[in-house]
Design a protein around this ligand. Structure first.
Ligand code: UDP
Ligand code: MG
Length: 309
């Protein structure tokens, strides 16, 4: 029987793992693939690793795990899991059951019978999410799709089923600053999307707050677009034109009406304005330089402390 690798990043998920495993095993009977679980413990501080060890002990072939030396983030955990996977098909899933396992048979059909390379999932709505968060998420997707050539779909989750070929393509992108939604899209291949109603987390807590999501979205834009760098050029050109116009205006006004000493206020405003634009542009460049800095150090994306054999 062919294998389907299930990659599950876990950060403080001791409560969720048993429910996830049970729900998945129910699906297992309905498909013609044998699951190969790869749980990745992303430096949890609770008993997540212990739960993984126990599952592994029950079925050594089916359940494998990796445990990081600290929290490296979900992106790193996904990469580690993809690297370990051996299945012909590979899926990445959250452990909190917000990615419904029931969709798997449909997703498999999409690849096997309809010939897609990847079947992704998207939430039909953002029910149960704070209003502000939805608003910012919408803004992010609008902006990202304007400034980047890598399209990202609003509401698309990381939950997807991929062919081995596509997984190998993703593994070739061993960059340090990882933004999976972008990477999945960047590699191309034919992707079909299945919509489903938003499911709320039942056990444990989300590890994202508004601020971390905001940072994550900046990551998404900077990693897949150089448009912010061009903003400085645009502003520069604009302010050049404005300054020429102002120069002519003040020159002729002084010639015609005299009064050379007034204008302290406008001067201050102009200096502050130009100064802040310059700082902004420097900041944007800094964001890119910082990423180059991290990228050139060539540090590993994650460090494994313990692994099932
Ligand atoms: N996760 C992880 N490392 C982290 C944060 C989260 O591996 O640093 C995992 C987490 O255990 C879960 C998935 O990523 O399986 C999604 O996390 P969460 O449910 O907190 O995110 P949300 O669904 O709220 O976006
Ligand atoms: Mg979740």
């Amino acid at each position: 029987m062919k294998r389907l690798s299930v990659i599950v990043p876990c950060y403080n998920e001791e409560e969720s793992i048993p429910f996830f495993y049970k729900a998945m095993e129910e699906i297992q009977d309905k498909i013609h693939y044998k699951f190969e679980y790869i749980f990745v413990n992303d430096g949890s501080s609770d008993a997540t690793l212990k739960v993984m060890r126990e599952l592994h002990a029950k079925d050594r072939e089916k359940v494998r795990y990796l445990s990081f030396s600290r929290n490296f983030g979900k992106e790193a955990a996904l990469y580690a899991g993809l690297k370990e996977s051996t299945g012909e098909l590979v899926t990445v899933m959250d452990v909190d059951l917000q990615d419904p396992p029931e969709l798997l048979p449909d997703m498999i059909r999409g690849i096997i019978h309809e010939g897609y390379d990847c079947v992704g999932t998207r939430r039909a709505d953002r029910k149960g999410e704070p209003v502000i968060r939805s608003l910012f998420a919408k803004m992010f997707y609008k902006l990202e799709n304007k400034v980047s050539t890598t399209p990202m779909i609003d509401g698309a989750r990381d939950y997807r089923l991929m062919s081995r070929q596509m997984v190998n393509a993703i593994l070739e992108m061993a960059e340090y600053n990882r933004f999976s939604k972008g990477l999945f899209s960047w590699v191309g291949f034919q992707t079909k999307y299945i919509s489903f109603d938003n499911v709320e987390r039942e056990h444990g807590e989300t590890s994202w707050n508004f601020f971390s999501l905001f940072k994550y979205s900046i990551e998404g834009i900077i990693n897949f677009s150089d448009f912010p760098l061009k903003i400085a050029t645009l502003f520069g050109m604009l302010s050049f034109v404005v300054s020429i116009i102002l120069m002519l205006f003040f020159f002729f006004r002084t010639l015609l009406f005299g009064n050379p000493t007034s204008g302290w206020t406008s001067m201050t405003v102009i200096i502050l304005f130009i100064g802040s634009i310059q700082l902004l542009a420097l900041g944007v460049i800094g964001e890119y330089v910082g990423r180059i800095f991290l990228e050139t150090k060539k540090r590993p994306i994650y460090i494994v402390k313990e692994k099932s054999e």
